[in-house]
Design a protein around this ligand. Structure first.
Ligand code: NAD
Length: 716
């Protein structure tokens, strides 16, 4: 029989053949080109063998098939559109040949059948699913939709409305949900799955189940009255418009295409799917989201390397129970690391504990934990005003006010209370770890752990390696962040580290535009339409003007070659007038609670009047595109500089840090993926065109060299 490296067959009794997916040297099965090729050969062999009475499809792994091989996408999708579409059509032939076998086929879904994995099962006549398995078509999360005939078959197997819902949402479904939706035919306990599938195959082969009718249904138009399907498509499109992330067209393209394909027989429907898939695969969103997936994989590997054999701390302490310290202590406790929370005043400690209790109550309410578990967890946070028990902790995270002298003084006292091997991690946003560590007795034990606000929900932690930080200290900090289910990215010490450094030229460009007379609300609208979750004026309000202004000053001073202080500075003006942003009720906007108690922003004529005093002449109006370019260019430039200076080791880390740290628009994939999309040559021309605006717009040397050599930051 067939013995491939991913697919094998063997003869069973009664003329049945088992096709088994078992990828050599891997824990999972996936549909890469070679697996599809082997499946093609297997199906041809079975089709040519008149003695075969039925086909059982199984997996030898704990999953069924987790999807296509995403590492192959970049090279495939960058082919000319017609070549790509022809490629897809050729893969489709395999699934059609499987579907058109003259004998019944039953697929045993033992674990994840996702994307191409589920699409393959849909070409089979019937599906039995283990009660513990999950199925779904998550392609939309990569800016794509199923392209192996999945949209066509799902609509014919489960109905158009269900198919559009599954494809547009990308959500996986449990066994019960898949059965209820009609995607699978029967469920089974995991240990009897194979027997159940074989029994069903026997019934098909004996004629007790009309499997031919099921296969035939997939060759015909979707059995829906035309008017009903028009309404279903409209309803699905309306949902997509409400829920799809900005500039990610995959869901809408899929739904619209599926509406048209519903009226076609199989061959035409598959052609429509392939053509539309070719177009969606070449969108900016698909390129970016596929890259982000690969970046996530790269980051996981790096994280393992950094951690090595280090263990996360068993006991921790946090200094400062303010906005950040409270969040860090809570997150540590949830991760299972008990924590002592120290402040100099009882007020912040009370606030911190109240907030932790409130977050835990939400978990209890949503059924994620019992009240007893919440109580036990809260008891692992020990609020205190002294350093009792500090000699037993493995790490202290410092989150007191942003003042170098104060941090040095406090940490010297803390160090004296710690064991010699205990670590100190500062959560500073702008100071250098080298400066904080310099006067301490054990600077090798000091690193940065730069969390983002709000700590419980923000996924990124910059782990700052100071010039004297030991590898062991970095490894433990990475392990601690990973235990907290955060994404740690190791960065080199220096003003603003990576994320705030790259963000500062963007804020500075905003301030320059405002000083030139551009309306700040207009800037916010342009940047939000471009894909940012909030514009820069609103973001300043959220961060707090005093904090933002202070951090901006420190970072600008730390990078004098590319950044310069803004003279007519709207944020400083706001601070002078006590308009600190959300926290004081007013900044660029007024902030008030609506009837439902939600904080909302309102336009504020006073803010406009204040800012009008900054500009020399009349207001100016630039186009949205000009505003976007003015703000994005210096940010991209700074990202390129930071990579060139080895603040992090790879483009993947730069892009992931900006996506996770500041909500950089997902469809751009991060500043360097965005640079790749624009192209080094074209980007260089834009820098040169804007050079008059100051040093932030001078093209980085690395970009010039890349443009000359035709290079990119990411391989595809
Ligand atoms: P905060 O003002 O809310 O809290 C600081 C807390 O430290 C206060 O409760 C204060 O009483 C306490 N404190 C002062 N001296 C102390 C001492 N000697 N021992 C123990 N506690 C002491 O400040 P925050 O916003 O939580 O910022 C804390 C640190 O985190 C700063 O270094 C800041 O730059 C950094 N950071 C802040 C953010 C943010 O968005 N707020 C984000 C990242 C990093």
């Amino acid at each position: 029989m067939f013995e491939g490296s991913s697919v094998q067959t063997r003869a069973l009794d009664e003329g049945f053949v088992e096709i088994r997916f078992d990828r050599a040297g891997d824990a999972i099965n996936k549909l890469d080109d070679s697996t599809v090729g082997e499946f093609r050969a297997v199906v041809a062999q079975i089709a040519a063998d008149p003695s075969v009475r039925g086909v059982l499809v199984t997996s030898a792994k704990s999953v069924f098939i987790v999807g296509a091989d995403i590492t192959e996408f970049g090279a495939k999708f960058s082919q000319p559109l017609d070549v790509l579409v022809a490629d897809i059509a050729r893969s489709n032939e395999v699934f059609v040949a499987f579907e058109d076998l003259a004998v019944p086929s039953v697929v045993a879904i033992n674990g994840y059948a996702l994307g191409g994995g589920l699409e393959l099962t849909l070409a089979g006549a019937m599906r039995v699913m283990a009660s513990t398995a999950q199925v779904g078509v998550p392609e939309v999360k990569l800016g794509l939709f199923p392209g192996f005939g999945g949209t066509v078959r799902l609509a014919r197997v489960a109905g158009l409305a269900t198919a559009m819902d599954w494809v547009a949402s990308g959500q996986p479904a449990s066994a019960e949900a898949a059965l209820a939706a009609g995607v699978v035919d029967a469920l089974s306990a995991p240990d009897t799955l194979r027997d159940a599938a074989l029994a069903l195959l026997r019934r098909c082969a004996e004629g007790a189940v009309d499997w031919r009718a099921r296969q035939q249904r997939k060759r015909e138009v979707v059995a829906q009255p035309a008017q009903a399907s028009v309404e279903q498509v409209e309803a699905a499109l309306e949902r997509v418009r409400r829920t799809a992330p900005k500039h990610q067209p995959a869901a809408a393209m899929a739904v619209e295409m599926m509406g048209r394909a519903a009226g076609c027989e199989r061959a035409d429907a598959l052609r429509l799917e392939a053509e539309t898939f070719g177009r969606v695969a070449q969108t900016q969103a698909a390129a970016a989201l596929v890259q982000t997936f690969l970046n996530e994989q790269a980051l996981k590997k790096l994280q393992k390397c950094h951690i090595g054999s280090a263990k996360p701390p068993a006991r921790a302490a946090v200094l400062g129970a303010g906005i950040m310290g409270g969040g860090i202590a809570y997150t540590s406790a949830v991760a299972g690391t008990p924590v002592r929370l120290k402040d100099i005043a009882a007020g912040p400690l009370d606030l911190g504990m109240t907030e932790a209790a409130r977050q835990l109550a939400r978990r209890v309410k949503s059924g994620r934990m019992t009240q007893a578990q919440a109580d036990a967890l809260l008891a692992t946070i020990q609020p205190q005003l002294d350093e009792a028990g500090f000699d037993a902790v493995d790490i202290v995270v410092e989150a007191i006010v942003e003042n170098l002298e104060l941090k040095r003084r406090v940490l010297a006292a803390t160090e004296a209370a710690l064991r010699p091997d205990a670590l100190i991690a500062s959560n500073t946003s702008s100071l250098c770890i080298a400066d904080i560590a310099a006067p301490l007795a054990r600077p090798g034990n000091v690193v940065g752990m730069h969390f983002f606000n709000p700590v419980p929900s923000m996924p990124l932690v910059e782990i700052v390696r100071g010039p004297r930080s030991s590898d062991a200290a970095v490894a433990t900090a990475v392990a601690y962040a990973a235990a907290m289910r955060k994404t740690p990215i190791v960065v080199r010490d220096g003003a603003g580290f990576l994320v705030n450094r790259v963000l500062t030229p963007y804020f500075n460009a905003f301030l320059e535009l405002v000083a030139e007379g551009q309306d700040f609300e207009r800037i916010d609208r342009a940047m939000e339409a471009f894909g940012w979750p909030m514009g820069p004026a609103f973001l300043n309000d959220v961060v707090g003007m005093d904090t933002g202004s202070h951090v901006g000053d420190v970072i600008t001073a730390g990078h004098p070659r590319r950044m310069r202080p803004i003279e007519r500075n709207a944020v400083k003006l706001m601070v002078q007038h006590g308009r600190l942003g959300q926290k004081s009720g007013a900044g660029f906007y007024r902030h008030a609670r609506d009837a439902g108690g939600r904080l909302t922003k309102l336009a504020d004529p006073l803010a406009h009047a204040l800012v009008a005093g900054l500009r020399p002449d009349a207001a100016v109006t630039a186009s949205d595109a000009a505003i976007v370019e003015r703000l994005m260019l210096p940010m991209i430039g700074e990202a390129i500089e930071a990579l060139a200076e080895n603040v992090v080791g790879s483009a993947a880390e730069v892009d992931m840090a900006m996506l996770l740290g500041v909500g950089f628009p997902a469809y751009l994939g991060g500043p360097l993926k965005y640079a790749d999309w624009l192209g080094a040559g074209a980007l260089l021309a834009r820098f040169d065109a804007h050079a008059v605006h100051g040093p932030g717009y001078s093209a980085p040397a690395r970009l010039r060299a890349m443009a000359a050599a035709g290079e990119r930051f990411h391989a595809n």
